[in-house]
Design a protein around this ligand. Structure first.
Ligand code: ADP
Length: 256
């Protein structure tokens, strides 16, 4: 328990630091990208490719800072009632057009409720899980996106779980799975097993931050050689979105 506490304090401190830096960088990048967009060069200008390189690098930096802001839970949420199956539909659309055709994409939608959420952020979270699933299946495999509705009672093992009704979105792959060493560090910012330029280690911290901002959470199961399944829990019922009541003060224990 002490180790868990230490770990979560470390994550919290890292989040604060990353969020502060990301916030300032984001403002600078907005100025850079905004001004770049205003520069008009003739098609044959030799500086054109350089400008495009600058723009590509600034866009990538902007993507990184956005992930850090999500991890640090510093997004301004734009909340509306959206049916998650619509978001899954959008994700599947772009995946079908862009990923290796040896990866079969399936959906299993069993919930049809609109959920109060920031759909752009939930889209980002789902999409990121799908890209990780793709990376875990370099020889092909099956990627499944699911939505269902679950009723949770008291005593769920996840520390952020509260009793109530949830929409659960899942992304499952038939890839290589993870070792215990990877599982233990999964949500640490900047932890990646991918090569430089391919992985940033900010994807899952971002997913964690986004779900936390929605009063939900993310959990996973993974088995080496068999695959991995990530689940996003989004609260549906009112009770789960209101803060927990203050803890009851127990009378001082007497000896037993
Ligand atoms: P990145 O994808 O940039 O490495 P993430 O935070 O998204 O950063 O993921 C961290 C690490 O978790 C990955 O480098 C990978 O080792 C592991 N991982 C995440 N998703 C999966 C998956 N579906 N299958 C196997 N390993 C995964």
């Amino acid at each position: 328990l002490e180790e868990q506490l230490r770990q979560s304090q470390k994550m919290e401190a890292l989040g604060q630091l990353a969020g502060g830096v990301a916030h300032d960088f984001n403002n600078l990048l907005t100025a850079i990208l905004g001004n770049l967009a205003l520069v008009q060069l003739p098609v044959d200008d030799p500086a054109r490719p350089m400008l495009q390189t600058v723009e590509a690098a600034a866009s990538r930096a902007s993507d990184l800072t956005r992930k850090m802001l999500s991890y640090a839970r510093r997004n301004h949420l734009h909340v509306a009632f959206v049916n998650p199956s619509a978001i899954i539909g959008e994700v599947v659309d772009i995946l079908r057009r862009t990923i290796d055709p040896r990866i079969e994409i399936r959906t299993d939608i069993r919930a049809n409720d609109a959920v109060s959420m920031d759909s752009t952020l939930i889209y980002q979270a789902l999409f990121n899980l799908c890209l990780n699933a793709r990376d875990a299946m370099p020889q092909g495999g099956r990627l499944t996106l699911e939505a269902d509705r679950v009723e949770l009672l008291d005593g769920h093992p996840h520390p952020d779980a509260r009793p109530g009704t949830y929409i659960r979105l899942a992304v499952a792959d038939t890839g290589g799975g993870m070792t215990d060493a990877v599982k233990n560090r999964l949500f640490e910012p900047f932890f990646t097993t991918k090569s430089v330029g391919r992985g940033t280690g900010l994807g899952l911290p971002m997913v964690h931050g986004i779900l936390k901002q929605h009063s939900g959470w993310v959990s996973f199961e993974s088995e080496l050689g068999r695959g991995t399944r990530f689940e996003l829990y989004l609260p549906l019922s009112q009770e789960t979105t209101t803060p927990l009541p203050p803890p009851r003060v127990e009378p001082a224990p007497t000896c037993d």
